[in-house]
Design a protein around this ligand. Structure first.
Ligand SMILES: Cc1cc2nc3c(=O)[nH]c(=O)nc-3n(C[C@H](O)[C@H](O)[C@H](O)COP(=O)(O)OP(=O)(O)OC[C@H]3O[C@@H](n4cnc5c(N)ncnc54)[C@H](O)[C@@H]3O)c2cc1C
Length: 463
C-alpha cells in the first residue's frame, strides 16, 4: 500500500488536507457483481456514482480506483470551475445544429452553479467563490485575440452578461497586473479547492451506499466485466472514467493522450502585497498568451498557478517523476513575477503537475454504447472541473434510460478518431507544443500575431 505522504506530495491541495489522513480505503475484497462498475475515482467517476444513486437508490454501483479518490487531475488542478467547453463548436454544429451547441453552452453555465449547489447541500467545504474569470491582455496582439474571442462568443449566442471586454482602467481596478491593456471577463467561473471538492464528494458518495475500492488497479475493461488483480467485477454497465490515464488501459491507448500541466503555489503573500495587487473579487486569472498562465488566489492568501508546456512522453507514458520539471517550474515562477511584480521574492512552497486528457479532435465527449454496456466520459483538456459534473449527470440519465435535455446535447455519443500510432503521435504533439512555446516569443518580438505558425499548431495539436 502506498504511503499517504506520497499522495500528499501530489499537490498543494492534497498536502493541505489537514483532517484527511489520505489513507486508501479498503481494496476490492474479491470477485463481485454489481449493476454499474465505475473505473476511476476522480470527479467523473464520483459524480456519475452520485447522480446514479440519487436517480435510483436501488442500483448497485461500485467505484474502482487504482490509488485513492482524487489521486488524478481532480486532486491537483487549478480549481477553475468554469463553463469553458473544450470542443470544436463548428464541427459539433455541422452534426447537431447550431441550437444544440448553444444549448450545451447554456447547460455549462448552469453546471458551474450545480457544482456549488451540491457542495453546499452536501456539506462539502471546497472554498467555493464564484468571482468569474479574467483573461488579461498585456499587448495589442493579445487584446486583438481577446476581441476575436469575444466576437466568436457573440456568434455562438453569448451576450454581454456572459462575456465582456474590460478596458484598462476597469481591468486594473480588479487586478494590477504588469502592462495591462485590457481584459475579457466572464462571470461563469468559480474558484474552488479541487482536492477538498473531490475528497468531499467521495465521502458523500460513500454515504449514499456506494463502495469505493481503492488500491485496486483495473487491468482490463470489457463488456460486462472489469478485471482486477483481486478478481473480476461483473456489471451490466462499465464506466471508463480514467481521463489522462486512459491510455494505460489495454485497447484504449490511442483514445485520449495525457499532456502534463504543471503548477506551483507561493507562500501566503503579505497583506501589503495583496493591497498592491488588488485581486480581491475571487476571480480566476489567465494571461492572454498562447501558453497561458492560469491562477487563483487561495483562501490562505497564496497564488496557485500553472501552465502547460511539459513534453509529451513517447507511448503516452506516465511517471510520478513527470509531475515536476525544474526548467518549466522555474519558467512558471518567472512568468508569475513578470505578470505580478508585486509578489517580489516570495517563495514557492509547492510544485506539482498532472495529466490532462486530450482526444484527437480536442473535443470532450460522453456516451454509452447500449450494445456493449460500455460507457465513457472525458477528453476535457484542461476544463474538466465543471464538465465532469455535466458528464456525471448525463451518464446517469443514459444509464437509467432517461431521455432528457442532457442526453440530447451534441457532445453525447461523439466519437473522436484515434490518435496516430507512435512515434508519429510523439513527433506531432511535441512539435505542436514547441510551436506554441515559440509563438509567444515571436509575437512579443514582432508585435504581430504569428498566423502561419498558429495554423501549423492547429494541424499538429488541433482537430
Ligand atoms: C495541473 C492541472 C490543472 C488543471 N486545471 C484545471 C482547472 O483549473 N479547471 C478545469 O476545469 N480543469 C482543470 N484541469 C483538468 C481537470 O482537473 C480534469 O479534467 C478533471 O479533474 C478530470 O477528472 P476525471 O475524474 O475525469 O479524471 P481524474 O481526476 O484524472 O481521475 C481518474 C482516476 O482514474 C484512476 N485510474 C486510472 N487508471 C486506472 C485503472 N487502470 N484502474 C483504476 N483506477 C484508475 C486514477 O488513479 C484517477 O484517480 C487541470 C488538470 C491538471 C492536471
Amino acid at each position: 500500500m502506498t504511503d499517504s505522504s506520497f499522495y500528499r506530495g501530489r499537490s498543494l491541495w492534497l498536502d493541505r488536507l489537514a483532517d484527511d489522513p489520505l489513507r486508501p480505503r479498503s481494496a476490492l475484497p474479491g470477485p463481485r457483481e454489481v449493476d454499474v462498475a465505475v473505473v476511476g475515482a476522480g470527479y467523473t467517476g464520483l459524480w456519475t456514482a452520485y447522480y446514479l444513486r440519487r436517480a435510483d437508490p436501488g442500483l448497485r454501483v461500485a467505484v474502482l480506483e487504482r490509488e485513492v479518490a482524487g489521486f488524478g487531475a481532480s486532486g491537483r488542478n487549478g480549481g477553475w470551475c468554469s463553463a469553458f467547453i473544450p470542443m470544436d463548436r463548428e464541427q459539433l454544429a455541422r452534426r447537431a445544429g447550431r441550437g444544440a451547441v448553444i444549448a450545451l453552452q447554456r447547460e455549462m453555465f448552469g453546471t458551474v452553479d450545480e457544482v456549488g449547489r451540491v457542495a453546499e447541500r452536501e456539506g462539502i467545504d471546497c472554498h467555493w467563490v464564484k468571482g468569474g474569470a479574467l483573461q488579461l491582455a498585456a499587448s495589442p496582439v493579445q487584446l486583438a485575440r481577446l476581441e476575436a474571442g469575444l466576437r466568436h462568443a457573440r456568434a455562438w449566442g453569448m451576450g454581454e452578461d456572459d462575456q465582456r471586454l474590460l478596458d484598462r482602467d476597469e481591468a486594473e481596478r480588479r487586478v494590477r497586473a504588469a502592462g495591462l491593456v485590457g481584459a475579457a471577463f466572464t462571470p461563469h467561473c468559480a474558484a474552488v479547492d479541487p482536492a477538498r471538492l473531490v475528497r468531499g464528494l467521495a465521502e458523500v458518495v460513500e454515504r449514499l451506499g456506494v463502495p469505493i475500492y481503492e488500491s485496486t488497479p483495473v487491468t482490463r475493461i470489457r463488456p460486462g466485466r472489469v478485471d482486477t488483480a483481486r478478481g473480476p467485477v461483473t456489471a451490466e454497465i462499465v464506466v471508463r472514467a480514467t481521463e489522462g490515464y486512459t491510455a494505460t488501459l489495454p485497447g484504449s491507448h490511442r483514445a485520449v493522450i495525457p499532456l502534463y500541466s504543471l503548477m506551483l503555489a507561493t507562500e501566503p503573500l503579505s497583506a501589503a502585497a495583496w493591497e498592491q495587487i488588488g485581486w480581491a473579487g475571487g476571480e480566476t486569472l489567465a494571461t492572454g498568451t498562447h501558453l497561458s498562465l492560469y491562477a487563483q488566489r487561495t483562501r490562505d492568501g497564496r497564488i496557485a498557478c500553472g501552465r502547460r508546456g511539459a513534453p509529451y512522453h513517447l507511448g503516452s507514458r506516465m511517471r510520478p517523476g513527470y509531475d515536476r520539471d525544474d526548467r518549466i517550474h522555474a519558467r512558471l515562477r518567472a512568468v508569475l513575477g513578470e505578470l505580478l511584480p508585486q509578489v517580489g521574492a516570495v517563495g514557492v512552497t509547492h510544485r506539482w503537475g498532472g495529466p490532462i486528457g486530450i482526444s484527437r479532435d480536442w473535443t470532450a465527449s460522453v456516451g454509452l454504447d447500449r450494445a456493449t454496456g460500455l460507457a465513457w466520459a472525458g477528453g476535457y483538456v484542461g476544463d474538466g472541473v465543471a464538465l465532469a459534473n455535466l458528464a456525471g449527470r448525463t451518464l446517469a440519465d443514459l444509464i437509467v434510460g432517461q431521455d432528457s435535455p442532457l442526453t440530447r446535447l451534441p457532445w453525447v455519443q461523439h466519437r473522436s478518431r484515434p490518435w496516430e500510432p507512435e512515434p508519429l503521435r510523439w513527433l506531432g504533439v511535441n512539435t505542436g507544443l514547441r510551436l506554441a512555446a515559440n509563438l509567444d516569443a515571436s509575437e512579443q518580438r514582432s508585435g504581430r500575431p504569428a498566423r502561419l505558425r498558429g495554423r501549423l499548431l492547429e494541424l499538429f495539436l488541433g482537430g
